[in-house]
Design a protein around this ligand. Structure first.
Ligand code: ISJ
Ligand code: MG
Length: 466
């Protein structure tokens, strides 16, 4: 730390400790500084060496990235109905007492909570997701933020009145030094290989699709999203920071996330924004309807125009648009949705895409919108409750955090959540991958199966070779 900054830091820390002791109340202390460039993946490696659980977020165009180390404070709610309210209340309570030094007021610096929810709190949790509660947010102890090429470093420490100034200072300065030290061994050069790949009950999955299409022919259910799991076994423990880097490098137009809990890490590169809030500006995305990429430009364009014209894919997509538009109208004004989707291209596939823009009504925040939107018919179905009941009853998978909101929010009430698709739960030398499809009345099980394969490809390719 430069001399002048160090003085500032020690003065702020001292004042924070004094405030905690005077009020006899534990408080979160947060200190942000601007720093020179630091490699985010190296930061994550150092965090692992210090045994800190890690968090990571990279926005779709990579101009905003956060890497977190440790949990200075955790927000978690197991209650199902009001889990969004509970997290929001705890977050507001934490902020109301927090002692924040942050001259930059830049999104994603200072007191930032990263976290997410499970897909369906009413589905019994299995051992697979034992480390991931129904909702969990972390205010990391240390956050490295990159915005448009500028770097910020935040220290968050929950201070108790029993803490001593000298040991606090030593702890924070030592960790800061280790985490921001860009030297040391380069990333592991050993090659991760997939030794064993097991598709979990693919035939039964296809049968469930048939069941769903039968149900849709005879009831008012229009769409049900069904997902399946692939379990991998590697030659060695997977290196999380390497995999996150590979996802960022290879998956353009995608949010890359990582969330570590109890040694397991949920990672993904998802194309789907659920909601972004910056001041009163709200953005959401309708994404559904899928086709592969072509091998030539002509073939690619032909596939895209077929996708755009295809009634079955347009149907899948329109259910999402209708639902997101009506939900946004509840919480926002000036909701603007184009009449037609466009085709967006990703590494291995193309999607129908409709962006949504709106202005947040004063009485609402990001959590009201999340609670209204999740699960959209892109991951649940329509009508929502009937589709969810079918999934809960018939899908073999414990989705855990797959298909659910994952993201961040800060003390300026800025935040963004994506839908956790194209994702995997890494458990040392094993991993579970997830992919699903929007099933409508005219879905063909075999084609939906092929669709899941192209959705699994990006994750399989960064996790090694067969
Ligand atoms: C369910 C997933 O993706 C969803 C399903 C899609 C579809 O069926 O066309 C497309 C995008 C998402 O809405 C997934 O990737 O697992
Ligand atoms: Mg589809």
């Amino acid at each position: 730390m430069m001399e002048v900054k160090e003085k500032q830091f020690t003065a702020e820390l001292e004042a924070a400790l004094e405030s905690v002791q005077t009020d006899q109340k534990d408080k979160l202390f947060s200190y942000t500084e601007k720093i020179n460039q630091v490699n985010l993946y190296r930061f994550l490696e150092k965090a692992a060496q210090l045994a800190f659980p890690r968090t990571f977020w990279s926005s779709a165009n990579e101009d905003f990235q956060m890497a977190g180390a440790g949990h200075a404070f955790e927000l978690s709610a197991e209650v199902s109905g009001s889990r969004y309210d509970q997290v929001e209340q705890d977050w507001n309570a934490l902020l109301s007492d927090a002692i924040i030094y942050n001259p930059y007021h830049t999104s994603g610096t200072g007191v930032v909570a990263l976290g997410g929810f499970s897909f369906d709190p009413l589905k019994p949790r299995t051992a697979l997701w034992r480390n991931f509660p129904s909702s969990h947010f972390s205010i990391p102890n240390y956050i490295l933020t990159q915005i448009d090429g500028d770097y910020y470093f935040t220290i968050n420490r929950f201070i108790s009145y029993e803490d001593s100034y000298a040991s606090l200072l030593e702890e924070l300065q030592n960790n800061r030094q280790t985490l921001l030290d860009n030297r040391g061994q380069q990333n592991d050069t050993s090659v991760l290989r997939i030794q064993h790949k097991k598709e979990i009950a693919p035939d039964q999955w296809k049968k469930t699709i048939k069941k769903a299409t039968d149900v849709m022919k005879n009831t008012s259910i229009d769409k049900i999203v069904l997902a399946r799991e692939v379990r991998l076994h590697f030659n060695q423990a997977a290196n999380i920071s390497d995999i996150l880097k590979r996802l960022v490098d290879t998956q353009s137009n995608s949010y890359v996330f990582g969330y570590e809990m109890g040694g397991d890490c949920f990672i993904g590169a998802t194309p789907e924004r659920l909601v972004k809030v910056k001041d009163d500006e709200v953005l959401s995305t309708c994404l559904a309807g899928t086709a592969p990429r072509g091998t030539t430009v002509e073939e690619d364009e032909q596939i895209a125009s077929n996708l755009f014209e295809d009634p079955k894919n347009r149907k899948e997509h329109n259910y999402v648009v209708q639902m997101i538009r009506s939900t946004m109208e509840t919480y926002c004004s000036e909701v603007s949705v184009p009449d037609e989707p466009v085709v967006h291209q990703y590494k291995t596939l193309q999607h129908l895409y409709t962006p949504v823009r709106a202005k947040l009504k004063k009485e609402h925040g990001i959590f009201s919108i999340i609670s209204g939107l999740h699960p959209t018919p892109a991951v649940g179905g329509t009508p929502r409750q009937d589709a969810l009941a079918f999934i809960r009853d018939k899908e073999l998978l414990d989705r855990g955090w797959y298909g659910a909101p994952i993201g961040w929010m800060d003390s300026n009430n800025h935040g963004e959540f994506a839908v956790a698709l194209r994702s995997a739960l890494i458990q040392k030398d094993e991993a579970s991958l997830f992919a699903g499809c929007g099933i409508v009345e005219d879905s063909i099980p075999e084609s939906e199966y092929e669709e899941t394969k192209i959705k699994l490809m990006p994750m399989l390719s960064v996790l090694g070779v067969d």
